[in-house]
Ligand binder design. Structure first.
Ligand SMILES: *[C@@H]1O[C@H](CO)[C@@H](O)[C@H](O)[C@H]1NC(C)=O
Ligand SMILES: *[C@@H]1O[C@H](CO)[C@@H](O)[C@H](O)[C@H]1NC(C)=O
Length: 328
């Protein structure tokens, strides 16, 4: 009922505004028209605001899950330069540990503050939840929201990361969102791409940009039903294997998602939100969507590489760290 009332209200405002607009264009510049144009300029603003609050009251995805585990004070002492959000599942204990001991180590850089967080939902297996709880008490780098953790809920995991940054770390400068089977060349990311000494960017989003369309084959991992997404093309989006953005974008995406129909493909969904926001993702060739055989010189040039096992992560990290003095 209330939304119908405000719909009517919006319509009335629109009609009123267009009537005024009609009057004003049909009469050239006189002082009389000059006065009329004042309410006309104001109306689109009012209209927009009314429409926005109207949509908000009918939020499609309220995303009001409680926190089962939180690290609310991670950003309190000092705003981080980079927050790393890693989408992970309960059983990936080895992968999380490998990341902690390699590129995700928060203490690698003395001059740049990095915060690493693993994102999880609730598992249907109570034992796994308990194990993650214990892991969290040791490392304090896990956030769990109360939604069922499943492949189809991956988008919720991303949105939970956006919400966490917007709520508990709004002063961070950049965010990296990635997965637990990704190798990240942190030196390259921090010093060559983000550059701590330069002016922080806003409304910035980069990664491996994909210009594609929905796959309608039901056997595909990336199947998208026509009724969920009828358009034949997706807006440009960054592969979910790794993308980087300025922290202001986290809140923008989170708020946009509240009135944007959920899609289970999280990277496509983020692309849809970016299009609504008018933010264009930048292509960066350092982000690798696919696996890439290790070689020191090749990996020195990348930002992310996909499909890296915990053992490989250690091997690559050790090799790169011990050969810092070597030139390519
Ligand atoms: C727009 O709507 C919001 C939420 O309802 C309200 O807080 C705000 O004051 C409104 N702004 C204007 C300019 O009317
Ligand atoms: C996603 O999470 C919600 C909230 O916990 C749950 O109701 C829903 O069944 C989950 N969806 C899938 C596909 O697991």
């Amino acid at each position: 009922m209330p939304s119908k009332v405000s719909c009517l209200y919006v319509l009335t405002v629109v009609c009123w505004a267009s009537a005024l607009w009609y009057l004003s264009v049909s009469r050239p510049s006189t002082s009389y028209v000059g006065q009329l144009t004042i309410p006309i300029r104001k109306t689109p603003k009012l209209q927009k605001n009314t429409t926005f609050s109207n949509i908000r009251t009918r939020s499609l995805n309220p995303h009001d899950f409680g926190y089962l585990i939180n690290e609310a004070k991670k950003c309190e002492a000092e705003a981080p330069f980079l927050v790393i959000l890693i989408s992970t599942t309960h059983k990936e204990f080895d992968a999380r540990q490998a990341i902690r001991e390699t590129w995700g180590d928060e203490s690698t850089f003395a001059d740049v503050r990095v915060v690493t967080l693993f994102l999880l939902g609730r598992n249907t297996d109570a034992v796994l939840n308990q194990m993650v709880e214990q892991e969290s008490q040791i490392f304090h780098d896990i956030v769990v929201e109360d939604f069922i953790d499943s492949y189809h809920n991956l988008t919720l995991k991303t949105l939970m990361g956006m919400r966490w940054v917007a709520t508990f770390c709004p002063k961070a400068q950049y965010i990296l969102k990635t997965d637990s089977d990704i190798f990240v060349n942190m030196e390259n990311l921090i010093y060559n791409l983000l550059k701590p000494t330069t002016k922080p960017r806003r409304r910035y989003f980069t990664g491996y940009v994909i210009n594609g369309g929905p796959i309608r084959d039901m056997r595909s991992k990336w199947y998208m039903p026509r009724d969920l997404y009828p358009e034949s093309k997706y807006p440009p989006f960054c592969s979910g294997t790794g993308y980087v953005f300025s922290a202001d974008v986290a809140e923008l995406i989170y708020k946009t998602s509240l009135h944007t129909r959920l899609l289970h493909l999280e990277d496509v969904y983020v692309g849809v939100c970016l299009r609504k926001l008018g933010i264009h993702p930048f292509q960066n060739s350092g982000f690798n969507h696919w696996k890439m055989a290790y070689s020191l010189c090749r990996y020195r040039r990348v930002v992310t590489v996909h499909q890296i096992s915990p053992e490989e992560m250690h091997r690559i990290w050790n090799d790169m760290t011990s050969k810092k003095h070597l030139k390519c």
